[in-house]
Write a protein of this length. Sequence first.
Length: 269
Amino acid sequence: MAHIIVVGNEKGGAGKSTVSMHVATALARMGHKTSVLDLDLRQRTFGRYVDNRNSFLASAELDLPSPEMHELPEIEASSLQPGENIYDHRLSAAVAELEPTSDFILIDCPGSHTRLSQVAHSLADTLITPLNDSFIDFDLLARTDAMGDKITGPSVYSEMVWNARQLRAQAGLAPIDWIVVRNRMGAQRMVNKDKMERAIANLSKRIGFRIAPGFNERVIFRELFPRGLTLLDLKDIGVKQLNISNVAARQELRDLMKALDLPGVDINF
């Protein structure tokens, strides 16, 4: 059975597709058969990332380990029973087809609440939620008082994850390993950064998630997208010496992969 990784939250701009591409490519480069699905059927940022990679590697005549992108199969509406949702069946059919031949299935969710995203969360063995280091993004997980010191209650996304956990429990499946990844953290120690650190640590104990380090804001990620490349590919395309920022970003990816603690994964980059 494939291990299913879902990357999701309900807010755009948190780096979901960047995290998805780097995690999926890292797994592929470590020898794991990695299949990927992009549930943002309109924007397809993750899908475009993989398309760009395939095009670039073909034009450059390079053969680098890569995740395999798959589309959701079409389902005949006439085959559904009354009350059944077509998106449930499309996602379930895709996962059922990929599970026997994949080590990992990574699903990138849109930055909004959709039926597909809701179903995907209930399938997750590992849930990765990238979060910008800001109370604007923290509001996705929980509400706080005016000073940002006291948590007053869970927010809509946390409630959706709770519902997904309940569905898995009812089905007799293992609990979701939920990991909140702190993205775009500033290098300097600031009051807001300290408050965020305390708030996330407090919330993690209340609603049950682990905290992992993510990526700092770096130009390299924007530069890599048009070619579909990741930090792990730079030397393979002729970059002989990484600059300090690239070395730091590569270490951030290594730290993230270690923190995810995925089954059967030996970090070797």
